[in-house]
Ligand binder design. Structure first.
Ligand code: BG6
Length: 495
């Protein structure tokens, strides 16, 4: 497979926004410096603000330069590939003007009409833009047309369906790239490799040998300036519907018969279909919600969620979710998948812990009367990237005592391995026409169906216990009790 993307024009909607500046321009620049972009390539940025091309290019330069400590000489040349068009999403004339610019650049850069439309803006405009792109002729080109769409993809199943129908007016499923940036993370992509390229794991990867799997994604940051959005989403829609369920699907899927998009997606979809549906009683029993209170993080006092900007002082929104997922299939019957995610927690960390079953007899002890640890496989997604296998070995000088040992592989510690940012990989995949690491509509719909059954219960019941965890902690106690009831506990880094 060639390592250079085919020629194309990328049209970014929301070109002056935070995502474009923080993630998209630096990622496109990295592709540029690695020679992964075609020579025939340009970007049109569109947004409401009336900017001139030169001003926009200046923005792009600043956003890219801000990512590096040292001076980069090629940023100036890179920024010349960027053009700007002030835009009103509701005005069809704007689309017609954009079409003229795109056609002109098609011929200047010889891009054969290949166009990627990247929607990096407020989700309420996604549908309108897609429909207008079609009706105003922007999708009628000789080349390929693709739509990249950021989350949130709706706020529940009915709204996601409606949005999907609008998008499908203009783009086929194959042309829609629904971003879940977790799928671009190096170690999330590594889950499949660890499982399917190692004879020592796959035979054990089932309910005979695994007792439970824990997926944690904790953040130190609060809602920052996104209170308006977060009030309506909460941790359930913001993290569980997409990132957490995607990781569960990758951990639980069957080996695909081929390593291609359709086969991988179809195995993931089967996992989501096998999630045991939740009745109201199950939600109460198996799901825990939390909201952060004021607290101390890294020695600094931080406010509670209800004191954040654009947040209702009596807000019922959860900033933390923990849950026990049950997958009803042959492989996983009886193995709980625990998930946990929250803002303003003790540390920024995403990791997966696979806990193997205890060996049948305690021949050895760790300490007097203290059982040895079970074997654990830890997949560190971020900030550390790597895998750690916890084994038990003989305690030196002792005959019957064991010592826990760690076999560590650290991906981002090896000199010369500079793992690309998720967005860099996803933008490149899209240019290459590879939808594997994007969410298929069926995955989105099934995840919403699952999450909706939880939000329906929570929205109808005021969380009188909120706020129920201090900033800088590991979340509410009930999340620990959830595992304790099954005889487990959350494994933390220090264990
Ligand atoms: C985003 C959420 O999808 O993921 C944010 O909207 C969250 O609220 C972010 O902070 C976490 O991503 P990462 O890559 O920092 O774990």
């Amino acid at each position: 497979m060639t390592n250079t993307a085919p020629k194309s024009i990328v049209i970014i909607f929301g070109a002056t926004g935070d995502l474009a500046n923080r993630k998209l321009y630096p990622s496109i620049y990295n592709l540029y410096t690695k020679g992964k972009l075609s020579e025939d390539f340009a970007v049109i940025g569109v947004a409401r603000r009336p900017l001139k091309n030169e001003e926009f290019q200046e923005n792009v330069r600043n956003s890219v330069a801000g990512q590096f400590e040292e001076q980069r000489n090629d940023i100036e040349k890179f920024s010349k590939l960027f053009y700007y068009h002030p835009f009103n999403v509701n005005d069809t004339a704007s689309y017609r003007e954009l079409k003229v610019i795109a056609e002109k650049l098609d011929s200047t850069y010889n891009t054969g009409g290949n166009r990627i439309f990247y929607l990096a803006m407020a989700p309420e405009f996604f549908g309108t833009i897609a429909v207008n792109l079609k009706t105003e002729g922007l999708t009628s080109t000789e080349g390929y047309t693709r739509l990249v769409i950021e989350k949130p993809f709706g706020h529940n199943l009915p709204s996601a369906k409606q949005l999907n129908e609008q998008l499908r007016h203009a783009f086929s499923e194959d042309e829609i790239y629904r971003i879940d940036h977790y799928l671009g993370k190096e170690m999330v992509q590594n889950i499949e490799v660890i499982r399917f390229a190692n004879a020592i794991f796959e035979p054990l990867w089932n309910n005979r040998y695994i007792s439970n799997i824990q997926v944690t994604s904790s953040e130190v940051l609060g809602v920052e300036d996104r209170g308006g959005y977060y009030e309506k989403s909460g941790a359930l829609r913001d993290m569980v519907q997409n990132h957490m369920l995607q990781m569960v699907a990758l951990l639980a899927m069957e080996p695909p018969i081929k390593l291609n998009t359709d086969e991988i997606r179809s195995e993931k979809i089967k996992v989501l279909r096998a999630l045991r549906p939740l009745e109201e009683e199950d939600v109460k029993k198996y799901f825990v919600r939390g909201q952060y209170d004021a607290g101390t993080i890294n020695g600094k006092n931080v406010p509670g969620y209800r004191q954040e900007e654009k947040v209702d002082p009596n807000s019922n929104t959860a900033t933390f979710v923990a849950g026990k997922l049950i997958i009803d299939n042959f492989r996983w019957a009886g193995v709980p998948f625990y998930i946990r995610t929250g803002k303003r927690m003790k540390e920024k960390s995403t990791k997966i812990v696979v806990q193997f079953k205890d060996i049948p007899m305690d021949l050895y002890y760790r300490e007097e009367n203290d059982r040895q640890n079970p074997n654990l496989l830890v997949i560190n997604i971020q900030p550390d990237e790597g895998i750690t296998l916890y084994l038990n070995a003989k305690r030196p000088g002792q005959n019957t005592m064991t010592l826990p040992v760690k076999l560590d592989y650290c991906n981002n510690c090896i000199d010369g391995i500079n793992t690309p940012e998720a967005y860099e990989k996803l933008i490149f995949d899209c240019m290459m026409g590879d939808t594997t690491n994007f969410a298929h509509w069926d995955e989105v719909a099934l995840s919403w169906r699952y999450v909706d059954s939880i939000s329906k219960v929570w929205e109808n019941q005021i969380a009188t216990e909120f706020p129920n965890y201090p900033s800088g902690s590991n979340g509410p106690k009930a999340a620990d009790e959830l595992l304790a009831e099954d005889g487990f506990h959350w494994w933390s880094v220090e264990d």
